[in-house]
Design a protein around this ligand. Sequence first.
Ligand code: HEC
Ligand code: HEC
Length: 200
Amino acid sequence: MKRIALTLAALTVLLAAAPAHAGDAMSASIRNCTWCHGTSAQGYTVAPRLAGQQARYLETQLYGFATHRRDNPASKQYMWNATAALKDSTIRDLADYFAALPPRPANDGHRDLAGRGQAIYSQGIPEANVAACLACHGPNAQGIRDIPRLGGLSYSYLKQRLEQWNQGYHGAVPSPMPVVARSLSADEVEALASYLSFVR
Ligand code: HEC
Ligand code: HEC
């Protein structure tokens, strides 16, 4: 009897953690995702933070993985499988669910590079034809619709994404990012990734 009571208590906690409208399939999917992306989806090792990301961006990326368009090595290794069996309605619900969670900044970049990163973020590099990131990602790096929030993502994830656009991989959708990233030096990538990791 004691054992049953305990199991029920555990179950109640699990169900309470899921949003009210979520069915069993939905909470199973969420658990599958947070297994890699961290409890409360703040990111964990190579898996980026999902909490507070723009819902439409999350949705676009999930379709990109499911159709194998987003094809860098980490996407292939981790996300192609994770999205293989998701229904359209589940993709939409997962995107809305993670977008509504409060994001925490990773704060893991190099402090001494953040100033340089902030200058590039807000002004671009006119002499190298690099557009200001702010023009698309917003004044507080919060993103909009299918343009992602960058503020507070981890240094290593941001750095890797900025490097990979120059390595011939494809994004979920055609975007300006290959052109933007092509003109950035390794130092500039590190400065941008550092700055953005501290933005809240
Ligand atoms: C086995 C580990 C693993 C599982 C399970 C997993 N992910 Fe991921 N996810 C990753 C990794 C690693 C990346 C980074 C891929 C890359 O660098 O391109 C990622 C990337 C993503 C991205 C792109 C984020 C961005 O900022 O572009 C989204 C969205 C995402 N995952 C959502 C989910 C959802 C929703 C689930 C559950 C259905 C899930 N993931 C399950 C490991 C995982
Ligand atoms: C003209 C608009 C535009 C400009 C300017 C721009 N971006 Fe982007 N960026 C996008 C779009 C659109 C995406 C989503 C691409 C996709 O879905 O594959 C994106 C995606 C990204 C991502 C991937 C985030 C993730 O969660 O995986 C990073 C990192 C990024 N941009 C950094 C930058 C930086 C740094 C700059 C400035 C040097 C910049 N962007 C300038 C439009 C822009």
